[in-house]
Design a protein around this ligand. Structure first.
Ligand code: 2P0
Length: 347
């Protein structure tokens, strides 16, 4: 910290991977459809926020000790939207320092881990200033959502749901909730190997992609599809049906990219090697009796998903058959995680 803060808070928060995808928004970053995700274990952001008493507010942000103008803009918009809910923003200078455990542009949603870590620090500091020490995690999820929609799902570990469904009374457009079903053992320690097809920055941001859903010709169909898939996915997560899970995961990933390719203007994030890997996965599954499936985020990289017990067989196949399609042979290995953690300084 460059200034001398009167209070600090440090949180480590994970990224998450959606199986049913959030794509399109309304009002203040509310989703047009529900989404279901799991939190990762290795891909995390650690953020320290320091409060320096100052009447005219303001903030600074550094990621890995460097300023990032693109993210500063996002934080400024976030602060303007949450000012009324967090009075500390008005009368303090907010110093933010973050580090990521994963490299940029590798298909891991850095805004989900970054904005959830920031929301946790801010909510924690507001409680400290108020003389309290408990956190209302629903409120934190709602704050994180305003920073970045997918961040609402990162304030919990394991499986989560964001978006209102009449059939699920606890669900909300304002904040995520833990998936309202018992998760079968096969889905409790799912592995996610991220096959890096390209680490180049995306030509179209997710925020812009969301906007293109406003007038998308398939909008209504997409909303119904996501609702159906959410209810089905929850059933599969609870019954342990991997085949059903795989069908939804792949259909959601391909539908997301189909929506991008049928937007006006259209854009394509898939690369030839993305499709080559998908073919290899289908071939492997047809020939072996091993449950593997895939999803994609808004990018060209493939997330290969499989239960922990198949780690050895899958790793060997990956090395031989999938690595050649990855940029510099890069594969990042991750799995389902337990959610955010407060870091207590021992200094
Ligand atoms: C998701 N994605 O559900 C979907 C699937 C990407 C593909 O949420 O504008 O970074 O900050 O709310 O959350 C990426 O969008 O967008 C995203 P903002 P966000 O994870």
């Amino acid at each position: 910290m460059t200034n001398k803060p009167s209070l600090t808070s440090t949180w480590q928060s994970p990224s998450n991977l959606a199986i049913v995808k959030y794509w399109g928004k309304k009002a203040l970053q509310e989703p047009v459809n529900p989404s279901v995700s799991f939190s990762l274990s290795e891909a995390k952001t650690t953020t320290t926020v320091g409060l320096v008493p100052r009447q005219d507010g303001g903030f600074s942000f550094r990621l890995d000790e460097l300023p990032v103008p693109k993210f500063e803009k996002k934080i400024e918009t976030f602060f303007n939207a949450i000012r009324a809910r967090l009075p500390i923003i008005e009368n303090h200078f907010i110093e933010i320092e973050s580090t990521n455990t994963f490299p940029h542009s590798t298909g891991i949603a850095s805004s989900a881990s970054a904005m959830s870590a920031l929301a946790l620090c801010l909510a924690d500091l507001q409680q400290q200033v108020n003389g309290k020490n408990d956190l209302d995690i629903t409120e934190v999820s709602s704050l994180a959502r305003i920073g970045s929609g997918s961040a609402s799902r990162s304030v919990y570990g394991n499986w989560n749901l964001w978006g209102r469904m009449a059939e699920l009374p606890e669900s909300s457009d304002f904040h995520a909730i833990p998936a309202p079903v018992d998760i079968a053992p096969v889905f409790r320690d799912l592995h996610d190997d991220i096959l890096i097809v390209s680490s180049q920055s995306k030509p179209v941001s997710s925020s812009h992609g969301h906007k293109l859903m406003d007038l998308h010709p398939y909008r209504e169909g997409r909303i119904s599809q996501a609702r159906r898939n959410t209810l089905e996915l929850l059933k599969h997560l609870s019954s342990g049906n991997f085949e059903g899970f795989a069908k939804i995961a792949e259909s959601e990933a391909l539908s997301l990219h189909g929506l991008m390719m049928s937007s006006t203007p259209a854009f394509t994030l898939l690369r030839p090697n993305t499709l080559a890997i998908i073919e290899k996965i289908r071939e492997f599954r047809d020939n072996k009796d091993i449950p593997v499936t895939f999803t994609m985020d808004a990018g060209p990289n493939i997330h290969l998903l499989y239960p922990k017990e198949f780690l050895n067989e899958v790793s060997e196949w990956e090395e031989n058959s999938l690595k050649p399609f990855c940029e510099d042979g890069r594969i990042l290995r991750d799995h389902i995680g337990k959610g955010p953690e407060k870091i207590i300084s021992t200094k």
